[in-house]
Design a protein. Structure first.
Length: 450
């Protein structure tokens, strides 16, 4: 979004130009009141940004001020580039939708099923078998995965009530959260069918999980799957100021990134994750439990393994487009993904530092792209070739992250970008058929802080 502005339609940049010109006029009129050397600067600016533009749109002066104006609005809008303003997985149920391209995430959910069920039961018992049990899924997206976790949680509560001979069953209140631009319409459309087989009340809670979403001390169980690697924003130092554009040719932490890039991303993750824990600490009842998974890395260096390689291939696809003059190099230099894969130690340390939750279990696990292929072809007898698998992987990455690329490079380039990406993926998959996503699954319990 920010950068669609920076591409600048005629109206957008001219509106911005007039605002800048008005400001220069105002400052120039204030000349006698400004101390030296401040008065000289607005005067210079007013020469560059006169009140009216020369009538000839292609004059050197007009082109020059247009460039400066675009740079200014680009930087101003990027300063506020909060992910929640535009991020969403692909909507609907068509071929490019998240709901049709989330096999890998559903595999991740199946790995954590028993841990989630154990935690729901523990939360129920720890909080004195409540009459109303509140369950929240954070970053639910839409489609099959969104309600699968809820279904497992309801089954687990029913099971424990049976074991404890607890009657009547508690009323279950499910709250599904995601960012405001999530496809809540499709999600809500699936509630009616779901409720035929599951006794529960469902509501949606749009907003960022890096802020408060629910009233204090109201949640018994919280879940979040494959979300917390998304940051609230690209680290501010990489969005503007002296470090803007210094992660050249990259869209994420890469082998060629200067050391401050990793530092900036690490700090942003620490800030965001600690904010996430603080907010949940307010909302979760003492004894309540939370299970979350996020994409992670095994070693210290993020630029060697796992999902890094997939972002690297996307960067290559973009560079390919630069070499053919389809994308400007500057566009790549000013783009970074709001994404971070922490190590197990980073996550453990952050939970301990924040102090409101005790770690009941935490581990890493891999989910291979090959497994996703096998799952997707389960009902077909034929063996899928690498090109088809690569297309599937590219569509999966596209369904999760396209909105971020649209906001910076424009929707019209997406088909071409992801087609090139798919070709690079084919090479990758032939070379690394065992390529996998590393994840962390943590199960924590809200404790009393003394
Ligand atoms: C890969 S999807 C996972 C969806 C679902 N949990 C699953 O396992 O299939 C990541 C989701 O996290 C959501 N998300 C990212 N940042 C968020 C935030 N700050 N607050 C709420 N949701 C967020 C995205 O909108 C997206 O729907």
């Amino acid at each position: 979004m920010a950068c669609r502005e920076a591409q600048g339609t005629k109206n957008e940049w001219q509106t911005a130009y007039h605002s800048i010109s008005n400001l220069c006029l105002f400052l120039s009129l204030s000349l006698p009141f400004l101390p030296f050397p401040l008065y000289f600067f607005p005067f210079l600016l007013f020469l560059i940004f006169p009140k009216t533009l020369p009538p000839h749109q292609d004059s050197t002066h007009t082109i020059f001020v247009k460039r400066i104006t675009l740079k200014i609005i680009h930087n101003i809008s990027k300063t506020n580039m909060q992910v929640e303003q535009f991020f969403h997985t692909n909507v609907g149920n068509d071929d490019m939708s998240y709901s049709k391209n989330s096999t890998i995430q559903s595999l991740i959910q199946s790995v954590t099923k028993s841990e989630r069920e154990r935690a729901v039961i523990e939360a129920f018992k720890n909080t004195s078998c409540p009459k109303i049990m509140s369950i929240a899924d954070l970053g639910c997206s839409s489609g099959h995965n969104a309600l699968l976790v809820v279904s497992d949680a309801i089954d687990a509560v029913e099971l424990v009530c049976k074991e404890l001979n607890q009657k009547p069953l508690p009323e279950i209140h499910v709250m599904l959260n995601d960012l405001p631009r999530n496809d809540f319409n499709t999600l809500i459309g699936s509630f009616e069918d779901f409720k035929k087989n599951h006794a529960c009340f469902i509501s949606v809670a749009p907003g960022s999980f890096y802020g408060r979403l629910f009233p204090s001390q109201t949640l018994h169980f919280v879940h979040s799957s494959t979300c917390l690697h998304w940051l609230s924003q690209v680290p501010v130092e990489l969005q503007n100021g002296t470090k803007l554009g210094l992660n050249k040719g990259n869209i994420y932490i890469s082998k060629t990134s200067p050391p401050f890039v990793l530092e900036a991303f690490t700090k942003q993750f620490e800030r965001d994750f600690s904010q996430f824990l603080k907010c949940r600490a307010e909302e979760v009842i003492h004894g309540g439990c939370m299970v979350f998974t996020l994409v992670a890395r095994k070693g210290e260096d993020p630029s060697v393994e796992g999902i890094y390689l997939q972002w690297e291939l996307l960067a290559q696809a973009l560079m390919d487009m630069v070499s053919q003059g389809i994308v400007e190099m500057e566009k790549i230099d000013t783009f970074n993904l709001p994404f971070y894969t922490p190590t197990l130690e980073e996550v453990k340390n952050a939970i301990r530092r924040e102090g409101s939750f005790a770690i009941k279990s935490i581990q890493m696990f891999d989910v291979g792209w090959g497994e996703a292929r096998d799952q997707a072809c389960e009902h077909d007898d034929k063996v899928e070739d690498n090109a088809t698998t690569a297309q599937r992987m590219a569509k999966s990455m596209r369904a999760s992250s396209e909105s971020l690329f649209v906001s910076h490079f424009g929707a019209e380039l997406m088909d071409e970008l992801f087609e090139r990406y798919s070709n690079f993926m084919e090479g990758y998959f032939s070379k690394y058929p065992d390529g996998a996503l590393t994840n962390i699954c943590a199960s924590v319990q809200r404790i009393n802080v003394l």
